[in-house]
Design a protein. Structure first.
Lengths: 162, 162
């Protein structure tokens, strides 16, 4: 079965991370288990300099896994990017109910755009675009109503499709 | 084909991470691609507070993946530990030539013990134990000869078995 996926897209600094941060608890309160995938155009650093995982990688390990009783982490150096569908099939536990991506605006998944009118003249997409579920206006903060409406849409149109 | 694996074991503070840090460049200079798996008894923190991946996890995402052109990272909350063979089959790229684990002293892989006589009276294992390739004495630093000999052993007895 394909995992339900929705991509939160928008210009940089439009508030995508903040929106996701507030949407996850709303969806969890409805009983869904959530995974996220953040698409990063830049080089990101995830591990902390000096820690063992960092020391393994600095020494030249291409893949480093950290495993404990309650957590698993993996960092891998790549020669080319792994595409979204491969991430979904290889790295996401099938026990989650919904995958939220931050980014992947050129991907083929259903999308919600975060649009911040104070920073941009117009959104990237139009409400009528087939892949767009909705465009959420970021007026410096998201209202409970906005979050509730988006969670409803995701329940009906993304999770409901499963 | 099974991946060649060697476990670097020893009491805490015996110098396992430092040894691995120095062994990896020696093995890389011989042309091998290396992955590492660190077994952590404690709770580890890998992501940096305030960063987007951390914010996703704090909000309640059970799995968070970060993907860029040259790196992939994944952090997953678990209900129980993933065993080593499952990590090897699910999270380690088959293109590596050798997997070095830090820890897993009760596992069934070939082992090299790091023994620090200044801290402990005797090693955990005996040289005659079947799974023990060798016991490396940590006399406050590892010599080029120690590293060279261990790399030879790994080449002959671990990678050579493939």
């Amino acid at each position: 079965m394909e995992l339900p996926v929705v991509s939160i897209v928008g210009n940089s600094n439009s508030g995508k991370t903040t929106f996701i941060e507030q949407l996850i608890p709303e969806l969890k309160s409805r009983g869904y288990r959530i995974a996220t995938i953040k698409h990063d155009a830049h080089k990101f650093q995830i591990d902390t300099p000096g820690k063992d995982s960092w020391r393994h990688r600095q020494a030249g390990a291409e893949t480093v896994v950290l495993s404990s009783r309650n957590k698993l982490a993996m960092i891998r150096e790549l020669e080319r990017e792994v595409d979204l569908d491969k991430i979904l099939s290889n790295y996401i536990n099938s026990e989650v109910d919904l995958v939220i991506t931050e980014g992947y605006k050129t991907g083929d998944k259903a999308k919600i755009e975060i649009f911040r009118p104070a920073e941009y003249e117009q959104p990237l997409f139009s409400e009528t675009d087939e892949q767009i579920l909705t465009i959420v206006r970021n007026e410096e903060e998201f209202s409970a109503q906005q979050l509730d409406e988006v969670a409803d849409l995701i329940e009906e149109q993304i999770i409901g499709l499963g």
